[in-house]
Write a protein that binds this ligand. Sequence first.
Ligand SMILES: NC(=O)C1=CN([C@@H]2O[C@H](COP(=O)(O)OP(=O)(O)OC[C@H]3O[C@@H](n4cnc5c(N)ncnc54)[C@H](O)[C@@H]3O)[C@@H](O)[C@H]2O)[C@@H](O)CC1
Ligand SMILES: [K+]
Length: 480
Amino acid sequence: MRIEDVYIWDINAKWLGVSPFQLMENAGAGVAKIIEEKFGKGLKIAVFSGTGNNGGDGFVTARHLSFDNDVTLFMIGDETKIRSDEAKHNWEILKKLDFVKIKVLKDSSYIKSLDLSGFDVIVDALLGAGTKGEPREPIRSAIEKINEYAGKAKIVSVDLPSGYPSNVRVKCDFAVTFQWDKEEYEGFERVIAKIGYPKELYHLVGPGDAKFALKKKGEHKGQNGKLLVIGGSEDYFGAPYLAAKAASYLVDLVYLAMPEYSARRINDPNLILRPFDGKNFRKEDVEDILTLAEGVDAVVIGPGIGTKPETKEFILEFLRWCEKPVVIDADALKAVAEDLDVLKGKKFVLTPHAGEFRILFGEKPEGSLEEKAKLVMEKANAVGGTILLKGVYDITSDGKIWKYNKTGNRGMTTGGTGDVLAGIVGALLALGNEPLRAASVGAFLNGIAGNMVKDEMGENFTALDVAKKVPFVIKRVLEF
Ligand SMILES: NC(=O)C1=CN([C@@H]2O[C@H](COP(=O)(O)OP(=O)(O)OC[C@H]3O[C@@H](n4cnc5c(N)ncnc54)[C@H](O)[C@@H]3O)[C@@H](O)[C@H]2O)[C@@H](O)CC1
Ligand SMILES: [K+]
């Protein structure tokens, strides 16, 4: 569990409808329950709250504890600075209660003169995960005041010892951290309270993951990724075009390498067309393609590329030498199935549907979501890369963890949505994302695009409609 995950999971929880009010209520209730379990009831308890959501947890803790204890709440700072709706809401409740004593303290010198003797328990809800730098006044004086009672009263910190990670911090007996202990936290005792995050958050990809993946966009001007799409054959020209089109909304440059025969039919000024002689890719093209690949951040190979023996040779030879992260899609999967060893040491995403999965690994994913995920994870581990198994629920694994996606709809069985997906995944790789995130977020965005199209057009749409929705999906996700 990393702090990055907390950010992602909070957004995903909100998306699932778990509101910040619910989380705060559970957080405060959890702290109160642990205190009563450890120290009993009928106690004299001081709760110190700040103006952030850590303080908000403190308001809820105070309310829960006040039922069976004598509670005083010390509000440290200006109550008009209480920021979030949920913290404000709980502060307003607290002010209406007659059995909780409230003292609002803004003045450091007054805080320094406080006498806390007689309190059995001090709850520290001054600062939590939103702390920036060393604690400032009047919080600092409150931290120092609480520390005068270390060893005399029980000190319980909410989420983190206030002031952490600086050294000016509350010396707590323990902190109650919420549901997922963070690897980064160290140097204090921790007790974990569950606050109602559903288990789905471990696995379900959502707007939090997407926001994080897209964060890479725009950080450095001119560095928003270059992608090479390799595809097309005498039989197909639309598939590589769809992949390139979808990707072009996400990265700065998309090169589209196609056999000349099919490239003739592409006319899109947003793509950089690189035609290769003939009707199908052949081994002779590998050197030139590798030169092109040198200039990009990621590659997509496969859409519409066909299954001619010379093309299979081309694909395997290219992959053997390619050093860029690569999405291997459609017919390229069939080529790879003949020699999985070319994948050794590469950074890649395979994007099979169930049938292609069986061609690759000789087994069909069946059974429950978890059973399928286990198989995908096992195979991803075996090939040393990331697999995105497409289906009603898309399952992604890098061999260590798995994610699933359930955006999308029946209309997306139309031809070409897989090509759009490959393009989006390639673009996310080109933006610098790890394959697992690129693949899982790609599936998520592709599904949302399909859902937006369905809202407008019903279930009869084309893959190009989906590709064209990509910029709107990005906008929506970033606003979430
Ligand atoms: N989903 C979530 O994010 C949940 C968060 N919860 C609580 O929310 C906390 C995080 O809340 P916030 O993001 O509001 O942050 P905090 O409550 O940790 O602190 C932010 C407040 O402290 C001030 N501040 C920051 N650094 C300071 C410094 N060095 N000296 C003095 N004042 C400083 C800020 O101006 C702001 O008013 C968590 O620690 C946890 O207790 C819980 O309610 C459970 C759910
Ligand atoms: K705290």
